[in-house]
Design a protein around this ligand. Sequence first.
Ligand SMILES: [Zn+2]
Length: 462
Amino acid sequence: MDDDLVAEAARYFADACSASGHALSSPNGPSCRCEALAARLDADNKTRFDAQTFDVSKAFLKVDGPDAFPSAEWPLPALMRTVVDEITEPPWATKYPAKRMVRVTKALAHIGELGLPPDALVRVGLARHLRLMITSFVIAHFRFNDAAKPSSPVPEVQDWLDLALSCLDSSATGQQTLPNDDLLSVVPALWRGGFSDKIDDWLQTACIRDIVAWQLDAEPHDALTEEDLNIRGGREAILWIMDRFSQTHHSTWHRTSLYWELRFSSNPEATAAEAGLPVSTLSQRPSHTGLIVEAIVSRASFALDHETAVDDITHDQLKNQVLFLLQRGFTAKAVTTLRTVLRTYPGLNEVRSMLAFCLISIDPTEALSVIERVRPEAMLPSELISINKISALWRMGEAQSARKLLETLLPSFSEKLEYLLWQPDDLAVKPGSQLRIASLTAKKWASQALAALPPLDDVKQD
Ligand SMILES: [Zn+2]
């Protein structure tokens, strides 16, 4: 933008106007507003510059190095980064777990002094982050260990693995008791199943020390009041404060945080009061209305395709949930979920593609019409859309059309990416039967499909 040029032009004009005894602008004489305008634009330009060049990690330049112990003199961004970075790191992976504990608890205490209750930050603000990191950590153990009985020499890690195994055990619906070779079913089961609930329980009941230490077998916390767990602005305000003091770029903020920021930039006192934090704390990061409006605008189109789908569920979680339902035969439930999301966000192209995929199994004709409205994009290559189209035709009993289309498109299929697809062998059997999901590249799927589809000449039209 040319804001700096505008400010400079106003200054230039004000100087000339003053020199002329304000004859340049108006008959107002000494009450001419040229000076005031130049001063306002100049201040605005400076705020914008400060906000634009603000960098969370620079806060560490003002402390005795990022490895020091947090003190009351630390700026909030340095405290916040220390907590966010270190609490989400597995304690066993750090070189000095005891030092990590002191750093995080000290930082939390000072954040509390600045007005944000530590329990609210950890149990509410960081809940999703912690759940994500712990689950990823456990999944990594399943992946690189014997998936049927992953083990660790660290007892605290073993506790998490045992918990995960017991949750998988009880969530399996008779088909299989243990995942064994089926990592595909472990992943969504851990994200969405009882395991995720157990982490939530732990986040609510364990004392902060044990949460910081990722200690599953935890001491309960002392009774917490509502004031310990929340601030006046509620969960979204907590996320906003977390975002603005731990994330430099607006593009990685929660969407609701952008709206809080917009209100704050235009009315700091009232917004701080509404959030429930001292304005002095919030002012540790400069804010500029024009800048945040630009962030919201640039986000709006992006958000529709890539961001939150429903409430708190992210795109990946939605995908995992759908997969979880499909693998347990709850296809109709998966379809209902996806339709609900699309009713609110009809622009979610990838969700539409997922819906088409689910429908292939139970209503291939409807699937075909949904596929017509899916457009290819970076995360959704046209070969994937084509395979779903071929699968739908095949499932409808139109084996000849399916084969024809497959043979036409085959040269464009690649071996680069693996997709979750309906198993070709299953599509060959009669409609209505249960389908299985396989992870295959487009080329692999095509070669299996060509083996299972009758050759063109032999297909009789019914
Ligand atoms: Zn003037």
